[in-house]
Design a protein around this ligand. Structure first.
Ligand code: THU
Length: 129
């Protein structure tokens, strides 16, 4: 896996945020990730009139990951449509951990950090019998 082009990943996240459906919060969210085979997968949030049913950008990205061949996430950037860095919410950290593991890199306000730091002491697949 070659070095991650973080600027390109951030730009892709901002661009895909414009596909978001966010009529309730008004916050368009985009996420872009690199897979271990080098391809890029994208997601955007999709809200719902039944507010609690809204899908985060990371959820739709997880769908694209699986629908386009699976693999492991190695790098993730999440941005608003205005270009603001957004951290994945707690639920989405668990989703990223499942699909990328502790070494998956995340763009954070404190630099590029592994999931092991973004979701410390995570519950994961190894804890299942
Ligand atoms: N949102 C995401 O898409 N990802 C996150 O990790 C945090 C929150 C979305 C959900 C909702 O549509 C909007 O941001 C406001 O909470």
């Amino acid at each position: 896996m070659s070095t991650v082009d973080w600027d390109a990943l951030r730009s892709a996240a901002v661009r895909i945020a414009y596909s978001a459906y966010a009529p309730y919060s008004g916050l368009r969210v985009g996420v872009a990730a690199i897979v271990d085979d080098g391809r890029q997968v994208l997601g955007c949030n999709v809200e719902n009139a039944s507010y609690g049913l809204g899908l985060c950008a990371e959820c739709t990205m997880a769908g694209q990951l699986r629908l386009t061949g699976g693999g492991r996430l190695v790098a993730v950037a999440c941005r608003s449509g205005d270009g603001e860095l957004l951290m994945p919410c707690g639920r989405c950290r668990q989703i990223l951990f499942e699909l990328g593991g502790p070494d998956c890199l995340v763009d954070t306000p404190h630099g590029i950090r592994p999931m092991a730091e973004v979701l410390p002491d995570a519950f994961g697949p190894t804890h299942l019998p």
